[in-house]
Design a protein around this ligand. Structure first.
Ligand SMILES: Cc1cc2nc3c(=O)[nH]c(=O)nc-3n(C[C@H](O)[C@H](O)[C@H](O)COP(=O)(O)OP(=O)(O)OC[C@H]3O[C@@H](n4cnc5c(N)ncnc54)[C@H](O)[C@@H]3O)c2cc1C
Length: 397
């Protein structure tokens, strides 16, 4: 090792920049070089959060990390002791990116523009003399002879191509599959509701996979936070089943028993009204009309409902089951489930258990979260951990 040391960071994305910048703040005399295969640095940061960059979350609604990190929650719980969302918030504000918290606990730059984050990273990289080499695709550690430490921050690899060379050096790889996607449903009556957003509970029958939140109906199926969350928790299950699974929707968020009581009550109180015109659940009218038509004669009055009708309507409202017909036709997957297995890294330092002085941070690891700023938080936390680990090695050498 040279007098101070040389560090190669492979990947000029969120984790790579955060790692490089923090490392230079911890050990300014280090020589740090970022290698980026493309011409575009921080490309995902730029498009993230609809161009606004949902850079973290307050975690106010999170009582169990497994709710928001289907993979990696145990490791993150440990690493949040090193650097968590409060640290990230404070870090960005201290580095000239004021943040704002939205009602749903998502955190964005006050500028409402991802360039606030990009400009911050690029100007710090310039100030700290971090070398940046674009158009360099690193695929072997032999390419990096002369570096004392190497940090891999190459991001998710949905096809697994970007993980092959790492598997060849002994690392276990959790097979990559997409996460955070919408689902296609072939049902023209449903498609007619396109654009409708409604709070619902979605569930894959006979599994534990269940999510709630806004459900968006599109002209090809279902999307919105509820479906994205479900796709994250069930990413591997859905992949294993070719994305063709039954999908149950509870449109009212109540139990069958409660719905039956409410329907019987409506039949008593509003007996002369048409089913389609009296809607006891406050659903949007076109959704209510669609659901009633699926279960009963829409021309019926409430007093015409017999027990069978009530059961059918109850079932449609609480367990409306569709067959998914694959992922959405657009490639809108946001993150990869899978990557370098966490068993292949030291959980305190994120150093490889197979190759000395090699570290991992960001989405290349088998860590991923639901939408809401959780994926960037994982990138900041793991990148900071690696920076701290390398800095500790250098300063104690
Ligand atoms: C459309 C979209 C919107 C998103 N919005 C949000 C959001 O608002 N909030 C949130 O928390 N998350 C969001 N995410 C997820 C988030 O962007 C990622 O989790 C995050 O970027 C991961 O950071 P990373 O540095 O690990 O990987 P990346 O940002 O993917 O960076 C990896 C970099 O490494 C480079 N690279 C790969 N292989 C090599 C190689 N062999 N040699 C050299 N360079 C290489 C890549 O070109 C890339 O630049 C979004 C993702 C997408 C796709």
């Amino acid at each position: 090792m040279g007098q101070i040391g040389k560090v190669a960071v492979i990947g000029g994305g969120a984790a790579g920049f955060f790692l490089a910048v923090n490392l230079k703040e911890m050990v300014p005399a280090l020589e740090v070089t970022i290698f980026e295969r493309s011409s575009r640095l921080l490309a995902k940061v730029e498009v993230s959060g609809g161009g606004r960059c949902n850079c973290t979350n307050t975690f106010d609604d999170v009582c169990d990390l497994s709710q928001v990190y289907p993979r990696g929650h145990r490791l993150l719980k440990r690493l949040f002791n090193v650097f968590d969302h409060r640290d990230a918030f404070e870090w960005f504000e201290r580095h000239g990116v004021p943040l704002t918290v939205e009602d749903d606990h998502c955190v964005f730059p006050q500028a409402q523009d991802s360039h606030a984050v990009i400009d911050c990273f690029l100007s710090l990289a310039r100030r700290y003399h971090i070398n940046i080499c674009t158009h360099v695709k690193v695929q072997s550690l032999d390419d990096l002879r002369g570096y004392d430490f190497v940090a891999v921050t190459t991001g998710g690899s949905p096809t697994g191509d970007g993980l092959r060379w790492l598997a060849e050096t002994g690392h276990d790889v959790a097979a990559p599959v997409p996460s955070l996607f919408s689902l296609a449903v072939s049902d023209s009556r449903l498609h007619a509701l396109q654009g409708l957003v409604h709070d619902a509970v979605v569930h894959i029958p006979t599994t534990k996979f269940r999510a709630e939140g806004p459900l968006l109906i599109t002209h090809w199926g279902m999307s919105g936070p509820a479906v994205l969350k479900l796709s994250s928790h069930a990413a591997r299950h859905l992949a294993d089943n070719g994305y063709r699974q039954p999908l149950s929707v509870n449109w009212v968020g109540c139990s069958e028993a409660d719905v039956q009581t409410m329907l019987s009550e409506a039949a008593r109180r509003q007996s002369q009204k048409l089913l389609t015109t009296w809607n006891p659940f406050g659903l949007q009218q076109r959704l209510w009309a669609y659901l009633v038509e699926k279960a009963a004669n829409p021309q019926s009055r409430w007093c015409d409902l017999n027990k069978k009708d009530v059961n059918r309507l109850t079932n449609t409202l609480t367990n409306d089951t569709y067959q998914t017909a694959g992922r959405a036709p657009f490639k809108d997957e946001f993150v990869t489930c899978g990557g370098i297995a966490l068993s292949s890294v030291n959980p305190s330092t994120l150093e490889s258990r197979h190759v000395a002085n090699l570290y991992f941070a960001g989405e290349v690891l088998d860590i991923d979260g639901i939408t809401g700023g959780f994926n960037f938080q994982a990138a900041w936390t793991t990148a900071y951990t690696v920076a701290r680990s390398i800095a500790a090695r250098i300063t104690t050498a």
